[in-house]
Ligand binder design. Structure first.
Ligand code: AMP
Length: 447
């Protein structure tokens, strides 16, 4: 039965009226972002630098599906993490399966590692990605609902050198882009030593319960470590004097942590020990780290958002039903990085425009110019055109705007004579050239 015009539409239901008008509902969704052509040069610069470096460090690209089974994230990121608790875009698909848009990349990458039997390859398997992820959080500056993460996973080895090398990579990556960073490092222990620390922390936090925010009060029994990185003032004050996990690490975790730091020292990578870097996801073990931009004055430093983070996750594969496989990785947000580049005025040069512009007058000439464009393209000489414009004036204006050196003008008369006009844009001098020779003529003059 067709829905009446005034019938009340329930939340989540389709409203046929939405299809008839341009309304705010047809605008981009909250927390989403277009990457328009004018911005793309920053993005491609970031991608290019990252991909080159990833290859230098021996990583290979992986891409996993945007949509995965919801349970994958519940078993990895953890039921008590904010991401799984309240930030997933989850729904039941037409076949009745519970699926989610990936809120991060690591679970999918580890799933692929297990599913493709990568355990039989030389370990560690080193993979990188540059991919969009989705979190249904409250949009604000530097926080979107769809955003890109670039990152690396090194799966299949325990060595602390791998943890250090990832931090060295990430530090050098930002440096290459002209962004000075500080790495904050911590160790959150393992299944052996963390329970004891959790209890010590819990005893301390219970005594300060009144000062904690509602979220942290709730977290107390489920995941008390998260209180340490809460941004609320009261919680921050409580966290300041909290017992530190580094004092409760087992021998293995302490040894691992010391070796990670020794490796960083060896390469003189600046880092800061920060006992509050506990990361939001449940799967981390041992090393955790976050990367912050260095601000000009110290007072700003405490309020800056982190650019990226990572750590070791030695139990994740096992949690997914794979073999016990140690691993370490990091992920960085691209939107925050691009903002840094722009704010710092790190100029990424605009895309190089062609030096040749093809202008045409009249339908016949337009058709011939279309072919000419293909001839230049095959000869690998970039040319620009605007087939939508008919007047010579408008086309010359455009050639000037893009900084073309030469404009080739094909009109009705030239077409009949088998010639084309070759105009030097700086001097305005025009010569007549044989149309069939134009590609080789341009090649010669560009030299
Ligand atoms: P996480 O996976 O939460 O450790 O995040 C890794 C990095 O992704 C962060 O350091 C940010 O740079 C970026 N990031 C996380 N959440 C968002 C978001 N909602 N919007 C934009 N970037 C984000």
């Amino acid at each position: 039965m067709p829905r009446g015009r005034n019938k009340k539409i329930k939340k989540g239901e389709e409203n046929p009226e939405d299809y008839k008008k341009i309304s705010p509902k047809n605008q981009i969704l909250r927390g989403m972002k277009d990457i328009i052509p004018a911005d793309w040069r920053y993005w491609s610069k970031v991608f290019e630098v990252f991909e080159n470096m990833a290859r230098e460090y021996g990583f290979f690209r992986i891409e996993t599906p945007v949509l995965e089974s919801t349970v994958l994230f519940k078993r990895t990121s953890g039921l008590t993490s904010d991401v799984v608790e309240k930030e997933m875009f989850s729904f039941t698909d037409n076949g009745g399966d519970n699926v989610s848009l990936r809120p991060e990349m690591t679970p999918g990458v580890v799933r692929a590692y297990i599913e493709h039997g990568m355990v039989s390859k030389t370990q560690p398997v080193k993979m990188y990605y540059i991919s969009p992820v989705f979190r249904y959080n409250r949009p604000q500056a530097g926080r979107y609902r769809q955003f890109y993460q670039l990152g690396c996973e090194s799966i299949g080895d325990f060595s602390p050198v791998l943890d250090a090398q990832l931090m060295i990579f990430v530090y050098n990556f930002y440096k290459e882009l002209g962004i000075e960073t500080s790495i904050q490092v911590n160790s959150i222990g393992c299944q052996e030593c963390r329970p004891e620390y959790r209890q010590v922390l819990l005893d301390y936090l219970r005594g300060k319960r009144k000062k904690l925010c509602d979220d942290c009060k709730r977290r107390l029994s489920k995941n008390s470590l998260r209180v340490l990185d809460c941004k609320e003032t009261g919680c921050k004050e409580v966290a300041e004097d909290a017992p530190q996990i580094v004092d409760h690490l087992c021998d293995d975790c302490r040894d691992h942590f010391v070796k990670v730091l020794e490796n960083l020292d060896e390469l003189e990578i600046p880092y800061v020990l920060n006992p509050k870097i506990v990361r939001g996801l449940d799967y981390y073990t041992k090393t955790t780290f976050e990367i912050f931009p260095v601000t000009e004055n110290d007072s700003e430093q405490s309020s800056v958002q982190e650019l990226g983070g990572g750590g070791r996750y030695d139990n994740l594969s096992e949690n997914l039903g794979g073999r016990s496989t140690p691993a370490v990785g990091f992920a960085c947000g691209v939107e925050r990085l691009v903002k840094q580049l722009k704010d710092k005025g790190n100029v990424v040069p605009p895309v190089q425009m062609p030096k040749i512009f093809l202008a045409q007058l009249g339908d016949q000439a337009k058709k011939r110019t279309l072919r000419l464009f293909e001839d230049f393209r095959k000869a690998k000489i970039p040319v620009a055109e605007n087939f939508a414009k008919g007047s010579l004036k408008a086309q010359l204006e455009m050639a000037n705007k893009i900084g073309a050196k030469f404009t080739l003008i094909l009109g009705q008369k030239e077409l009949l004579e088998g010639t084309i006009l070759f105009r030097d844009m700086e001097s305005g001098v025009q010569e007549t050239v044989v149309l069939d020779n134009i590609v080789s003529e341009v090649k010669k003059r560009l030299k």
